[in-house]
Design a protein around this ligand. Structure first.
Ligand code: SF4
Ligand SMILES: [Zn+2]
Length: 328
């Protein structure tokens, strides 16, 4: 019987993020949901985490229980920002039924909520409704939608990620969000499949330039090789290497705006890494910059000496692309 079962989210943790020039206390919650409607991205393993075969009512019940479990185990009133992830779209009503948004709205009223969604689920009614639930007047922008744009290049998003929407689709969602007073958080992905190190570096720099004025918050994910993904298959064949930390530091040191970055899996073979000797210092510099906005340390590590720096420069100049057809 559902009635007496406890339901826990996939994960939840407390931390800190830089937000509007300040360090803020965050609560991140990863909810198990009905699952991503797209379910195809080449690097994504989260999409396998889903309930199957539940009615909408049962799905809503399970999700509401997850939220209540968090509320029972965390001092919500001490948190400033609530980050809601579903491994899909918080605003897809088939994945997260409306009753769950009502519950979340009541639990997180007065907080800044950052909720992940694909752009096709950003519509004015949903934005207005959720804002009215969480907004008690204490935050200028109480809601941000977090969209995994990954890159502003439509060809790379299609061929290297299979993301299923365009930059124009993202911009349209951003316009709808803005009309409702909703902020835009944009996730970018450093080095998806099939790009050389140089191509990945150029793509990220161009994406950041393209996003000036379009996104309120930009978070750069360094690609990690997750289990059970197409990316893992290529990685095991030696056909993919996650980005060098040198590339990550170079992007952050020269970005035209502040960029958040937490290099998950950094220093390991499945995550952004260098030679193993210099990784820790660069990762610490990235984390420090991400939380403080102070670029001095990240700029300093870009000129650090290590033998693997020559290797990185050689890779940038010598690695050849293996092209994919532009047409079918
Ligand atoms: S849209 Fe997001 S959750 Fe869905 S498959 Fe792509 S990366 Fe995974
Ligand atoms: Zn090194």
């Amino acid at each position: 019987m559902l009635a007496n079962e406890e339901e826990k989210p996939l994960a939840f943790w407390q931390g800190a993020d830089r937000h509007e020039q300040q360090e803020r206390k965050t609560l991140t919650i990863i909810l198990k949901s009905g699952g991503c409607s797209w379910n195809r991205c080449l690097m994504c393993s989260y999409r396998h985490e889903r309930y199957t075969g539940l009615s909408r009512e049962e799905l809503a019940t399970r999700l509401i229980r997850q939220l209540r479990f968090v509320a029972d185990n965390v001092q919500i009133k001490e948190m400033e920002i609530i980050k809601l992830y579903t491994s899909g779209s918080f605003f897809d009503p088939d994945e997260v039924p409306p009753a769950v948004l009502e519950e979340a709205g009541a639990l997180f009223r007065g907080k800044i909520v950052i909720a992940e969604t694909r752009p096709e689920y950003v519509n004015q009614d949903r934005m207005d409704d959720f804002i009215s639930r969480i907004d008690d007047g204490s935050n200028g922008k109480p809601l941000y939608v977090a969209i995994g744009l990954e890159t502003t290049n439509d060809n790379i998003r299609e061929k290297s990620i299979d993301k299923g929407f365009s930059f124009e689709g993202f911009k349209q969602a951003a316009r709808v969000a803005r009309n409702s007073g909703v902020g835009i958080k944009t996730y970018l992905l450093m080095k998806p499949l099939f790009l050389t190190e140089k191509e990945a570096l150029v793509d990220m720099k161009q994406s950041l330039t393209d996003l000036v004025g379009l996104a309120d918050i930009i978070s750069m994910n360094t690609c990690t090789v997750q289990r059970g993904t197409d990316m893992e298959r290529y990685w095991k064949q030696g056909a993919y290497r996650p980005p060098y930390l040198w590339s990550v530091a170079d992007v952050l040191a020269n970005a035209p705006m502040e960029v958040l970055c937490d290099p998950l899996g950094g220093g390991q073979s499945r995550g952004a890494h260098n030679c193993g000797e210099c990784d820790r210092e660069i990762i610490e510099a990235i984390k420090y910059y991400s939380l403080s906005g102070d670029r001095s340390v990240i700029k300093a590590v870009t000129t650090k000496e290590c033998p693997c720096r020559d290797e990185w420069e050689l890779v940038l100049s010598q690695e050849m692309p293996w092209c994919m057809p532009l047409t079918r």
